[in-house]
Design a protein around this ligand. Structure first.
Ligand code: SAM
Length: 247
């Protein structure tokens, strides 16, 4: 059965993802801290350290949500002279609105940041127009990972870098068991207690479980055309940073 070009499952997934992030937008930042005990901040710092942007980096942060990666980038280049700029792209207007409020509160230089509501699978940006592309905790939510990777490749200029921070497969197995217990039993309960919502957090856990492991995802990035693809596990593989270059 088809719904446009998408199967019913696929259409369901994109609707569900949209609803999930619309529902959690205002509690998203607090919940990130609660569920990860603040560790997501260290993972995101590590992503920025890996990118090590220069003052001239033109960054596209896809699935940028409330701006965590973009704000780190602006902070990183704040003492450097240059025309660095970040574009935050997200499919969900509610997440972007939360991000804009945060940017105002943080008194960020608004000239250096743009907000674009769009789908990572079909970016409105021109080809070869960014020197770096980041996607943090976003690619697991899209319907077609391969289309997102193709688009990442298209919008990057030659020499540009792709970086993805995403939940991955925990090693060793003994730790995986513990992590599963925490994910399946604790996270939805916390979602219910802190944000008053169970389902979005159950979705979160299921989506992590379904995402390809480190090696499989590395292979997908290579298939999109990226070269020198590597990954680094953080916190025993709870998350991984994948990196690739358009050469
Ligand atoms: N990158 C931010 C961070 O690390 O805090 C936000 C991550 S949040 C878990 C996932 C984001 O992906 C949401 O803001 C959601 O709206 C966005 N998203 C989901 N599907 C998308 C798509 N197809 N295109 C663009 N953004 C998408």
């Amino acid at each position: 059965t088809h719904f446009g070009f998408q199967t019913v499952d696929e259409a369901d997934k994109s609707k569900k993802v949209h609803q999930v992030f619309k529902n959690v937008a205002d509690s998203y930042d607090v919940m990130n801290d609660v569920m990860s005990c603040g560790i997501h901040r260290l993972w995101k710092d590590e992503l920025m350290k890996t990118l090590d942007p220069s003052p001239r980096t033109r960054l596209l942060d896809v699935a940028g949500g409330t701006g965590d990666i973009a704000f780190r980038y602006l902070n990183y280049i704040s003492d450097m002279k240059g025309d660095g700029h970040v574009t935050i792209a997200d499919i969900n207007g509610s997440m972007l609105e939360e991000g804009k409020k945060r940017a105002l509160n943080l008194k960020l230089n608004q000239d250096k940041v743009s907000w674009v509501e769009c789908d990572a699978e079909n970016l409105p940006m021109e080809s070869d127009s960014y020197s770096a592309y980041t996607i943090a905790f976003g690619i697991r939510n899209v319907t077609h990972i391969d289309k997102v990777l193709d688009e990442a490749y298209r919008v990057l200029e030659p020499g540009g870098r792709f970086l993805c921070l995403e939940f991955s497969q925990v090693n060793p197995t003994a730790l995986r068991w513990l992590y599963d217990q925490y994910s399946f039993n604790v996270i939805p309960v916390m979602g219910h207690i802190v944000a008053g919502q169970w389902k979005p957090y159950q979705y979160l856990v299921e989506s992590i479980r379904k995402f390809p492991c480190q090696e499989d995802f590395k292979y997908m990035i290579e298939c999109a055309g990226f070269r020198c693809v590597t990954y680094t596990n953080l916190t025993f593989g709870v998350v991984a940073i994948h990196s690739g270059f358009k050469l």
